[in-house]
Design a protein around this ligand. Structure first.
Ligand code: 13P
Length: 253
């Protein structure tokens, strides 16, 4: 039985005071819920990770980073390692978010190195996958998702891969208000689970959690969570409003 997992990706939003206030509001509002029957994480910008980790330390809310670099230390100006994230209280790290793939230009090869280094450093990676609108229109969704999953997990044993959460985030649904219908999302989630079964085995495929992300709102959360292969939600805009994010957590219970 896969435990639901809701994560809020704050992207490049909030400030030092607002990030702590938002984190506290989420921690206070989800008392009892998180940790019992749903895992919850918030992913603030790097510079607020430590203060947010402090603000949620007596709750069951976990903290995740939005990215990391795969090297352990050294001359990599501007980069942040897995051990640094672990050191300040991170549990999770997003790898290969669509904005990093399409705005920053990250490749599957780089993302794979990040996923492996995250696991090696004791973090739980959330590997983000998903097609562009043009790729969906060209019936390439399965090809793109296959490439993102296969190349993202390349070289990882089943044991290591079991540390990964996959987030299916169709790029056309991110920040656009266009949520994939629960049926569209379920179709891709079930495809990803089958693919995991082919890459590894059915036991691992049943174990790995697959989140949906893309314009998730309180009104759409319950129906998405009602789908067989949707195990959680990766929430952008709606995670910046504590009431909305708490309502989404409730919908995942
Ligand atoms: P929105 O919920 O704002 O569409 O963002 C989704 C997302 O990219 C989460 O990682």
């Amino acid at each position: 039985m896969r435990k639901p997992f809701v994560a809020g990706n704050w992207k490049m939003n909030t400030d030092s005071q607002g990030s702590v206030e938002l984190a506290k509001a989420v921690a206070d509002g989800s008392l009892g819920a998180a940790g019992q029957s749903v895992d919850v994480a918030v992913c603030p910008p790097f510079v607020y990770l430590k203060s947010v980790a402090g603000a949620v330390s007596s709750s069951n809310i976990a903290v995740g980073a939005q990215d990391m670099y795969y090297e352990a230390k050294g001359a990599f100006t501007g980069e942040i390692s897995a051990s640094m994230l672990k050191d300040i209280g991170c549990t999770y790290v997003l790898c290969g978010h669509s904005e990093r793939r399409h705005v920053i230009g990250e490749t599957d090869e780089l993302i794979n190195k990040k996923v492996a280094a995250a696991i090696g450093g004791g973090l739980l990676p959330i590997l983000c996958v998903g097609e562009l609108q043009s790729e969906r229109e060209a019936s390439q969704t399965q090809d793109v998702v296959t490439r993102h999953v296969k190349e993202g997990l390349a070289g990882l044993s089943a044991e290591k891969a079991s540390a990964v959460t996959i987030a299916y985030e169709p790029v056309w649904a991110i920040g656009t208000g266009l949520t994939a219908t629960p049926q569209q999302a379920q179709e891709v989630h079930s495809f990803i689970r089958e693919l995991l079964g082919r890459i590894y085995d059915s036991e691992l495929a049943e174990e790995i959690r697959i989140q949906y992300g893309g314009s998730v709102k309180p009104a759409s959360a319950a129906e998405l969570m009602g789908q067989t292969d949707i195990d959680g939600l990766l929430v952008g805009g709606a995670s910046l409003k504590s009431d909305d994010f708490l309502a989404i957590i409730q919908a995942a219970l």
